[in-house]
Design a protein around this ligand. Structure first.
Ligand code: ADP
Ligand code: MG
Length: 467
């Protein structure tokens, strides 16, 4: 982030608009007409806040596409026009598009409602970060892995009384922490319009703190943070090892909690695991409710995909494709959305039907990165189950054909689907020699060519393991 930004009042609207039009000219000169018309023309500048140029796109799809394909270019175009702009963000205004008759007419590109966006961002921020209109409770799909965090978030959003303070949300990347925090802000503000709800990242907190020191204005920094009813700080891990920011955060935190104001923190790990954060702070972070979001389960992933696909009715994606994605993209929701967006982009731009084959082709890299790690134990269990024999028989030294063949299949799959060496596999199969495993692999390889029943069995098993 840039350390010196012009004070807000210096940025006059007209200046901002003029800059924006020069940024657009730059983009226009760099891209050919159709790219410019498709992606940049419908964009509108909403505001410049804390060195971040916020632009609005009329649809979710466009926003995602811009973000993943053009963000760097747009950012540097802004920087060249106005060095105090250090970052950009794209938001969607589909939340308002509902009331916008233009969108009903599918031929026209809907123009975002800038006035409304401005009001919302102004109300939202004061000194917090803008909220993404897509991140609401309604759009959050609940499953086993996130139900605790969701319930806690709702409770906080719907009540003025403080039940647990702080609420500490943690999870790996892309599992919905930021989404939940924005949802809390939207819901809380709707219910209690007079409350001061502030959301910002730990990085922005630090930035504001440093700026206040630079301008010898720490008093007003302290005052404004202490006047908040609900403070949310996202990605707290960012201030690890940043001594003075931590110190200031801790003062703010204590002051708010002592006055029964709600504090919500998110981080990529639990309070006890936060390295580079002072012990006394860590322990206080765990005083309220600590809720973690677990990695997603299949049903949740499918639910999320269905919800997101439903929002793009013009593109038809079959259930089997969605199921395939839910089975194969297991890393996190952000990647899952990325995969779906890419499918939608291809479908719209190339005008092809979305089939399983196309999905596999278009998502090759993502699918490879998401290859499920299968263990030898799991292979043994599944193979025994599939051939309807006991696991103990599979691992025994019995040579009867009805257990020997499945055993070979399991060895073969262990070799194909795990990175384990032949000796390791041998040991896992009741301490057999690596030559036995080698023989099994060779044998099954041969049989796959000639024995169509066995070939089918193996294909079925491979599908079970998601390959
Ligand atoms: P985090 O802050 O934990 O890294 P985000 O909140 O940014 O994750 O989520 C990443 C993306 O996944 C966002 O677009 C968000 O809307 C989406 N997402 C995450 N969890 C869910 C969910 N349960 N239902 C719907 N969308 C989700
Ligand atoms: Mg986040």
């Amino acid at each position: 982030m840039n350390m010196v930004t012009a004070p807000q009042e210096e940025i006059m609207d007209t200046g901002m608009e003029a800059e924006w039009s020069r940024v657009r000219d730059r983009l226009k000169s760099e891209y050919d007409g159709s790219v410019f018309n498709s992606w940049f023309k419908p964009l509108a500048l909403v505001n410049i806040e804390d060195g971040c140029a916020v632009m609005a796109a009329p649809t979710r799809f466009m926003r995602n596409w811009l973000e993943s394909n053009y963000a760097d270019r747009v950012r540097s175009a802004w920087k060249s026009e106005n060095p105090s702009v250090s970052d950009i963000s794209f938001i969607v205004l589909s939340a308002f598009a509902k009331n916008n008759p233009v969108e009903a007419d599918s031929g026209a590109v809907p123009q975002p409602d800038i006035q409304k966006a401005k009001i919302i961002t102004e109300k939202t921020s004061e000194f917090g970060a803008p909220l993404d209109p897509r991140f609401t409770f309604e759009s959050f799909v609940v499953g086993k892995s996130n139900e605790l965090a969701y319930a806690a978030a709702r409770r906080v959003a719907e009540n003025k009384e403080v039940h647990f303070n702080p609420l500490f949300l943690h999870s790996g990347v892309g599992l919905g922490k930021t989404h939940l925090m924005h949802a809390i802000a939207w819901a809380n503000r709707e219910r209690f319009p007079d409350r001061r709800v502030v959301y910002l990242s730990a990085e922005q907190f630090m930035y504001q703190f440093i700026t206040s020191i630079r301008y010898k204005d720490t008093m007003s920094f302290k005052q404004k943070f202490r006047s908040v009813d609900l403070l949310m700080i996202d990605d707290l891990q960012f201030i690890a090892n940043k001594q003075s920011t931590q110190e200031e955060f801790f003062h703010t935190f204590n002051a708010l909690i002592d006055h029964s104001r709600q504090v919500i923190i998110s981080a990529d790990r639990s309070p006890t695991d936060m390295e580079g954060i002072e012990e006394r702070i860590r322990s206080r972070l765990g005083w309220g409710l600590v809720a973690d979001i677990h990695p997603t389960e299949y049903e949740l992933r499918l639910g999320i995909l269905q919800q997101k696909a439903n929002k793009v009715p013009e593109v038809d994606i079959s259930l089997s494709v969605l199921e395939f994605l839910a089975r194969r993209i297991t890393s996190n929701v952000r990647e899952l959305e990325g995969a779906l967006n890419r499918m939608i982009a291809h479908a719209t731009l190339i005008g092809r039907e979305v089939t399983l084959e196309m999905t596999q082709e278009v998502l090759q890299d993502l699918l490879r990165a998401n290859v499920r790690r299968v263990s030898i134990d799991e292979i043994q269990r599944r193979v025994a189950e599939y051939f309807n024999i006991r696991l103990s028989d599979l691992l025994s030294s019995r040579r009867a054909r009805q257990v020997a063949r499945p055993r070979q299949v399991a060895m073969y799959l262990s070799k194909q689907l795990t990175a384990k060496s032949l000796p390791v596999i041998g040991r896992k199969f009741g301490g057999r020699d690596h030559t036995t495993v080698m023989h099994a692999v060779k044998r099954i390889d041969e049989l796959r060519q000639t024995d169509s029943v066995l070939e089918e069995d193996i294909q079925h098993l491979e599908r079970i393991f998601g390959t």
